[in-house]
Write a protein that binds this ligand. Structure first.
Ligand code: FDA
Length: 497
């Protein structure tokens, strides 16, 4: 409520925020979480909470009047369509040089992501987070994160036979024939539920193309894991459809947090202020960076250091499709949850997830989202005349990611005698190089913060989300975000409270 005083306020309800809230509550601290997106607990008139991927409706996009599908075309035809403006679940935030996809709602990115729960190879960890003790991460915090997230692995015998992973088996075959390592990737989607879907025993979700715009059944999003546990403590309150706009030192100690309550059209219906003893920035890499850059530049938090807004990367994301021969169909039924990848990181700088293309018809296409070892880092800055935060990402920077992805796919194409698809991202456009699903950095650990996420210059302020990670994790990021948050909050509880 307006004017309230709370011991701890957490901005955002994604991975970092959910870990912080649960562990603080278990330590006996009352926590108030503020989330600009919706609660996503009430079915629409079709009986479902989330809209499917084949027919995105008003629930699909954050305050857009037209969909902005990552794959904009199919068989050469544009597939975007008009939708009513609504506080939908997926934000396609346009920074000029790059489109950054993010989840909006209680659960953050866990609502919209592919559930791939990947722990980086230990040998690569020191290049991801050089100041963090790898022994502690791999002995304590990665296992804790995997347990808390409900990560599970596919039954290999089922993988080898089920129709819905034919696309992944084709991906495996092509990878291995070209001499690449194919790795099975754990997921937070309940694979036992998926088996029952395949058997026709339960309502379909992964097998009904429910990715990107929310998952109605089998995925263990944060609402079912960390946030459910946090609420069960009785110490965590969540205000959805509330957006934090400012944090500044309060005269009597602590911080004054300014908050706008919004309706489903995005209109502001109330403004509130709360005083918080401590504030955790967990608004995601982009959300946290935008707030901190603005608050430093406008003088609300003048003592933040010069590292704020720096070290932002796209995890080297680039997408591509390959056209298979007629004897290599990928299947008309494709599970929306990927469970395999091609690892060519050490030799070529790319880790490619074998992704679904769940159109419902046979496309003979193999589709991949690559994570690459891109060297490029962008910076957020305050644009005073426009009153917004800009990001100086250059479109040409994707070329190095394309080159690294080609270390895998040029070889596979040459071995298989196949070609790239040119119809998925426009007309005669091969690479999906305009976007990222994995924004990282902007308040980098041990630079903008100390080695545990305490923001320099303002005691009691913390960053605890993807903004801490400098641009790349070598694999899909949410397990690392969760594990780092587990590590940092343990230290903060032990020493700051
Ligand atoms: P996260 O973005 O999860 O949460 C931040 C929250 O803060 C959001 O709910 C946001 O609405 C809220 N917020 C922002 N600003 C605010 C403000 N001012 N006031 C109040 N609230 C505010 N990763 C992976 O490991 N495996 C995968 O398979 C995938 N797949 C994937 C697919 C797609 C389509 C996307 C978009 C992303 C993925 N990811 C992924 C990435 C993964 O989802 C992402 O890295 C994490 O969600 C980031 O977690 P954070 O805790 O940093 O923030």
């Amino acid at each position: 409520p307006n004017g309230a005083r709370v011991p701890v306020l957490v901005i955002g309800t994604g991975y970092g925020g959910s870990v912080a809230a649960l562990r603080l509550a278990q330590a006996g601290v009352d926590v108030h979480m503020v989330e600009m997106g919706m609660t996503w607990d009430t079915p629409g008139s079709d009986g479902k909470i989330f809209s499917g991927m084949r027919s995105p409706d008003y629930r699909a996009y954050w305050l857009r009047t037209r969909t902005k599908q990552p794959l904009s075309n199919f068989l050469g035809f544009p597939i975007d369509k008009d939708v009513p403006r609504y506080t939908g679940i997926l934000d396609a935030e346009d920074f000029g040089g790059i489109l950054v996809y993010q989840g909006r709602g209680v659960g953050g990115g866990s609502l919209v992501n592919g559930g791939m729960a990947v722990t980086p190879k230990r040998s690569r960890f020191s290049s991801v987070l050089p100041s963090v003790n790898a022994d502690e991460m791999y002995n304590v915090y990665y296992p804790r994160a995997n347990a808390g997230l409900g990560v599970n692995e596919i039954d290999r015998a089922w993988f080898d036979t089920t129709d819905c992973y034919q696309y992944a088996r084709v991906g495996r075959k092509h990878a291995q024939r070209s001499g690449f390592e194919f790795v099975y990737v754990p997921n937070v989607y309940d694979f036992n539920y998926m088996k029952q879907e395949a058997a026709g025993a339960v309502p379909k979700s992964a097998l009904n193309a429910e990715i990107l715009y929310g998952n109605n059944y089998g995925k263990k999003s944060l609402q079912k894991t960390y946030l459910a546990q946090a609420k069960a403590t009785g110490r965590v309150a969540i205000s959805a459809q509330h957006r934090v706009t400012s944090v500044s030192p309060a005269s009597g100690g602590g911080y004054t947090v300014a908050i706008e309550q919004i309706d489903t059209t995005g209109a502001v219906v109330a403004t509130k202020t709360v005083t918080a003893g401590r504030v955790f920035f967990a608004a995601g890499s982009v959300g946290t960076s935008k707030l901190l850059v603005k608050l430093k530049a406008t003088g609300a938090l003048p003592n933040l250091n010069g590292e704020i807004g720096k070290g932002w990367g796209d995890n080297g994301n680039v997408m591509v499709g390959r056209a298979n021969h007629l004897w290599d169909p990928t299947g008309s039924l494709q599970s929306g949850m990927p469970t395999g990848g091609i690892d060519n990181w050490d030799a070529g700088g790319a880790f490619a997830e074998v992704a679904p293309l769940p159109t419902g018809i046979e496309t003979y296409a193999s589709f991949y989202l690559s994570i690459t070892n891109t060297p490029h880092r962008a910076q957020f800055s305050w644009n005073a005349s426009a009153g917004r935060v800009d990001l100086d990402w250059q479109t040409a920077w994707k070329q190095s990611s394309i080159d690294m992805a080609k270390s895998i796919f040029d070889k596979i194409n040459s071995k298989e005698g196949t070609i790239y698809r040119t119809d998925l991202f426009g007309t005669y456009k091969i690479w999906g190089d305009h976007l990222t699903y994995h924004p990282l950095g902007g308040a980098v650990l041990n630079k903008a913060t100390d080695n545990y996420g305490r923001l320099h210059g303002h005691p009691g302020l913390y960053a605890i989300d993807g903004s801490l990670i400098p641009g790349n994790t070598s694999v899909n990021p949410f397990v690392t975000i969760t594990a780092l948050a587990e590590r940092n909050i343990e230290k903060i509880i032990a020493t700051d409270l």
